[in-house]
Design a protein around this ligand. Structure first.
Ligand code: MF3
Ligand code: CO
Ligand code: CO
Length: 265
């Protein structure tokens, strides 16, 4: 049988809403700093400062083995995910950068990420990023009680591949709450009608990583940084969502995102 999936109470969901809003605000704040000339180290420093100033802590710092050495992930161009901020990494015109934040407030995690343009993107980068954002939205639209986990991945995979892009297999969405990475796994590929049935109170992330070329990943010597095998571009967007009685609630919604636009079926 499947692993135990936590169903959240109203009280717990309220805590997830609070940390979700905080995560979205942090991500928007960091996004405004993205410009040619800034280092990923400076983004990380500001993330840590802002998170503490808001009474939260950064889940990534010290997470896993080897312990992740920073407060956010900054994944530039051919980095799929888990990029480590560095003083040596200066953003330049035309780069794309995914910033992934996970503050913890009152014991609950809010996990969200977005890919930003540094200056003006190439047509390919622009297309990849737009398709990846729509992949996330289509994945979210597949969420409702009675649907299955495979419905989410199928919606994402069909859209990505119809644009000639590929879906990363190595990393998946995940249950989240008191724990950063909990069951169930949410693959961003798959078959409709397969996998666990979604129930009200389930809370998980959807975080498609979509590649320009091959879906295959390669992990660097540092134990974290994941590159595309062919060193072509990769983009990612992530939201934390809750299954409700009649559909889905996006817990990490940004001010510039209209839920009615995202959720229209
Ligand atoms: N935030 C990432 C995710 O979406 C996980 C980062 S793990 C870290 O699941 F240690 F690199 F922070
Ligand atoms: Co996540
Ligand atoms: Co994340």
């Amino acid at each position: 049988m499947g692993e135990n999936i936590v169903l959240m109470s109203k009280r717990e969901l309220e805590k997830m809403r609070r940390v979700g809003r905080l995560a979205a605000k942090l991500l928007a704040h960091l996004g405004k700093m993205v410009k040619p000339g800034i280092t990923t180290y400076e983004l990380n420093e500001e993330a840590e400062r802002w998170t503490r100033a808001h009474g939260a802590r950064s889940a990534p710092l010290g997470y896993g083995n080897p312990p992740f050495p920073a407060s956010i992930c900054t994944s530039v161009n051919e980095v799929i995910c888990h990029g480590i901020p560095s003083k040596d990494q200066v953003l330049k015109e035309g780069d794309i950068i995914n910033i992934d934040v996970t503050p913890v407030l009152d014991g609950y995690h809010g996990d969200t990420s977005k890919t930003f343009f540094v200056g003006t993107p190439s047509p390919t980068a622009k297309k990849l990023v737009e398709v990846t954002r729509e992949c996330l939205y289509r994945g979210i639209r597949a969420v409702k009680p009675g649907a299955r986990i495979g419905d989410i991945g199928a919606a994402i995979q069909e859209y990505a591949e119809s644009h000639g892009f590929s879906v990363v297999r190595t990393f998946v969405g995940h249950g989240i709450g008191r724990v950063f990475h909990a069951p169930p796994q949410i693959p961003h590929y798959g078959k409709r009608g397969t996998g666990r049935i979604l129930r009200p109170g389930m809370v998980f992330t959807i975080e498609p990583m979509i590649n320009e070329g091959t879906w295959e990943a390669e992990i660097a010597e540092d134990g974290w940084t994941a590159y595309t095998k062919d060193r072509k571009l990769s983009a990612q967007f992530e939201h934390t969502v809750a299954v409700t009685e009649d559909g889905v609630e996006i817990l990490t919604l940004n001010d510039d995102e209209d839920p009615n636009v995202i959720l229209q079926r």
